[in-house]
Design a protein around this ligand. Sequence first.
Ligand SMILES: [Zn+2]
Length: 108
Amino acid sequence: MQKQMKQIEYGYWWNCAACGEENAYGLTEAEAEVYIREWEENNADEVAEGETGYGVCDWNYNVIAEENDEHIEEGECCWKCGAVATAETRTDRAKFLDALIDNATQKS
Ligand SMILES: [Zn+2]
């Protein structure tokens, strides 16, 4: 099988610091289906209140994951060259949000 970037349905992209290749962090469509189903099975209370596994999956992987640089936290490896994600691979969005927080902290 030819190596290729993970085909994600939920998540974000980051660039390898070693080779520059684009990498994906997140869930494929099949993984998301399992995640959503299991979350709903384990969180009947929240489902009763109108929360959906889809909403949680969307929030966790399309919003929170990138803000937290989860590919770095989890030590993801580049699909092409195998290099482990370092702090240099932070996404622009994560850096931007961090700068906003720093600003807010300095002003208060
Ligand atoms: Zn690489």
